[in-house]
Ligand binder design. Structure first.
Ligand code: SF4
Length: 352
């Protein structure tokens, strides 16, 4: 790598960004709170998915104080469908920390930001550079890929050195977002559009027929294939939901009963066993569809079974609830449950 090309890269990238940046709501504000919310939502989630969530979240919780005061259930409900729910819990916890320890204002120091729940190196760098205009790098997956290809480097310390050096003498707010934008729209993981790239003359990977993800090899995701049958227990216009324990994956969300399996057979029997303690009489379960879903490192195939029960009984415990169908939207439910209920709606339309 030649340190001499840093000024060229800064200039070209900033020029490109000025002409090509997408108009996104979090780019129209310098409010550190709004930028923090956006950066948290954007982790592992695409821009088009985040857009409506961002608007709704800020309309409902327009300040750190309002988020700190909110009930966690309400925060999770707004997050419902965005995935990685620990992010929402951390936002709520960190908002309380900001109110308690920093007078309701996000701290401007890296070390203080890092003490807040859920704020790691990337988010701290993004807040410091984008909201406060400080010369910190913000290295997310996009930036890692762009710099990895540009300089043909794979290891994190070397990438970090480059990112620090590049952002040291430039407009950090614009520069960090420009790197992220290039990674999201041009230097994409599978099909980088090198012909349209402002850095093609400087890029050490461009001549390769297919630029390698230099930085991705060490971080390649390992997925486990999982079968997770779901039970829609339906009775008199209500369905049965179960609330996950606080310490579990997808903590505190409401969901359909289900069971994670490593085998692909015996799904209905596994669900029947799970529902045995409910002491509900069911008609023979019917398989009404299949959904696909991914959570962290699991790729899930979820067959959906409909259990019609003959008489409504009391909810079997404090973490269970019979919920009228029209009220489900008021609960923070998992994305998998939402998808399964869409399967039910389609099944009802077909059967009507
Ligand atoms: S030239 Fe191609 S590989 Fe290099 S940074 Fe640009 S898009 Fe990425």
């Amino acid at each position: 790598m030649s340190a001499k090309n840093f000024p060229v890269i800064r200039r070209k990238l900033l020029g490109w960004y000025k002409k090509n940046k997408r108009d996104l709501p979090w780019r129209r504000t310098r409010d550190p709170y709004a930028i923090w919310i956006a950066e948290t939502m954007l982790q592992q989630t695409q821009v088009k998915t985040v857009l409506p969530y961002y608007e709704r979240f800020l309309n409902t919780f327009p300040s750190v104080e309002s988020l700190a005061r909110a009930r966690l259930e309400r925060v999770l409900r707004l997050w419902s469908g965005l995935g990685y729910y620990r992010r929402a819990e951390n936002l709520k916890t960190a908002a309380r920390q900001v109110v308690r320890d920093h007078g309701g204002k996000l701290p401007r120091e890296y070390s203080q930001l890092r003490t807040l729940a859920g704020i790691g190196d990337y988010t701290a760098g993004a807040i410091l550079s984008i909201a406060f205009g400080k010369n910190y790098p913000a290295i997310d997956g996009n930036v890692r890929r762009v710099l990895g290809r540009l300089y043909a480097i794979a290891d994190d310390p070397a990438l970090r050195d480059v990112a620090i050096e590049l952002v040291r003498r430039t407009q950090p707010r614009e520069f960090n977002q420009a790197l992220m934008e290039l990674g999201a729209t041009v230097c994409t993981p599978r099909a980088p559009n090198c012909a349209a790239c402002p850095l093609k003359s400087e890029c050490l990977s461009r001549s390769a027929a297919r630029p390698t993800n230099h930085s991705d090899g060490v971080r390649a995701k390992y997925f486990t294939e999982v079968t997770w049958p779901l039970a829609i227990v339906r009775c008199g216009g209500k369905i049965l939901l179960h609330r996950r324990a606080a310490a579990a994956l997808l903590a505190r969300l409401w969901e359909l009963p289900g069971v994670e399996m490593t085998r692909r057979d015996g799904e209905a029997s596994a669900l029947r066993r799970q529902l045995r303690d409910l002491r509900v009489n069911f008609a023979k379960p019917r398989r009404i569809g299949d959904i696909r879903h991914s959570i962290t490192h699991r790729r899930i195939r979820a067959p959906v079974y409909l259990f019609d029960c003959t008489a409504l009984i009391a909810a079997p415990g404090p973490r269970w609830r019979w919920v009228p169908r029209r009220r489900v939207a008021h609960y923070p439910v998992s994305s998998m449950t939402k998808k399964a209920l869409a399967v039910l709606a389609a099944h009802e339309t077909r059967s009507a």
